[in-house]
Ligand binder design. Structure first.
Ligand SMILES: NC(=O)c1ccc[n+]([C@@H]2O[C@H](COP(=O)([O-])OP(=O)(O)OC[C@H]3O[C@@H](n4cnc5c(N)ncnc54)[C@H](OP(=O)(O)O)[C@@H]3O)[C@@H](O)[C@H]2O)c1
Length: 264
């Protein structure tokens, strides 16, 4: 459809950028958003040239209350019909919980949690009236793990968005809308440097680390198939299974070996 678009948050790097490339290859028109406009513009230019699709850019900060509404207005003004919403933007806070300002915690909750709900809420009515729509929420395997010593709010927010994704499925599947919670494990992106935990990431064994392209490819496939949960790679499928059945004391012990620094 000519005016059908996929909207991707956090498209300027990492998993979001790879999701954009994957969807572009499939012929989707795209709306890319993040704060770093130069990176978005460069990606948009490359994808337009390579795949002959329409790519629009809106540089916005999702920690601002008004951003989701501004993104909706932008789409409405340009008559973009958003059939696929990818809630992917995210980061981790560098400082310890007791040292972080209330404002920084609120921004964090807004980018990883509230903005996901707002964007979904704002784009949902049109999807319902169209009788179809797909939502992807890039969560994390941290949603299933015991909360870690670094970034103590990160896991709980990812658990929250997984449950939110389940709610969307329960309430709107019969209206043609599906939501897919994508839960990657350690992935090579800008995330760990941006979150001040590159040192801990470098200590994670290679067999637990995957490329952003691999994660994006599995995430898109699951979302287009309307799956409710996607844990990319067999390694993390197995780990998530173990996380669900093993007692927390054993998980904390294993966590110290497999992800040093997180559960010390
Ligand atoms: N990397 C991993 O190991 C891993 C594992 C599990 C889950 N995840 C999840 O995967 C998602 C994508 O992260 P990534 O690993 O691809 O990291 P990344 O390369 O750092 O990408 C994060 C994206 O989020 C955007 N973003 C951050 N803060 C924002 C803000 N305030 N407003 C708007 N956009 C913002 C960034 O763009 P700008 O800086 O340009 O704004 C960037 O495009 C996140 O939700 C993360 O929690 C990552």
């Amino acid at each position: 459809m000519k005016n059908s678009y996929a909207l991707i948050t956090g498209a300027s790097s990492g998993i979001g950028e790879e999701i954009a490339k994957n969807l572009a290859k499939k012929g989707y028109n795209l709306i890319l958003t993040a704060r770093r406009e130069d990176l978005l513009d460069k990606l948009a230019q490359d994808l337009r040239k390579k795949y002959n699709i329409d790519v629009s850019v809106i540089a916005k900060d999702l920690s601002k209350y008004e951003t989701p509404k501004e993104i909706l207005s932008f789409c409405e003004k340009n008559n973009y019909r958003v059939d696929l919403l990818v809630n992917n933007a995210g980061y981790g806070i560098k400082t310890s919980f007791h040292e972080t300002s209330l404002e920084d915690e609120e921004d964090f909750i807004r980018v990883l949690g509230t903005s996901v709900i707002m964007l979904t809420k704002l784009f949902l009515p049109k999807m319902i009236s169209n009788g179809e729509g797909k939502i992807m929420i890039v969560s994390s395997t941290a949603a299933f793990a015991p909360p870690s010593a670094i970034q103590p709010l990160y896991g709980p927010i990812k658990t929250f968005v997984n449950r939110f994704s389940d709610s969307i499925n329960i309430n709107y599947k019969n209206k043609g809308i599906t939501s897919t919670a994508v839960c990657p494990g350690f992935t090579v992106t800008g995330f760990h440097t941006a979150s001040g935990v590159q040192e801990q990431m470098d200590r994670v064994p290679d067999f637990l680390v995957f490329s952003a392209k691999r994660i994006a490819d599995e995430a898109v496939q699951a979302t287009l198939a309307g799956k409710s949960l996607c844990v990319p790679t067999k390694t993390y499928k197995f780990l998530v299974f173990m996380l669900k059945i093993l007692p927390h004391t054993i998980l904390s012990f294993l966590g110290k070996i497999l992800a040093p620094g997180r559960y010390d």
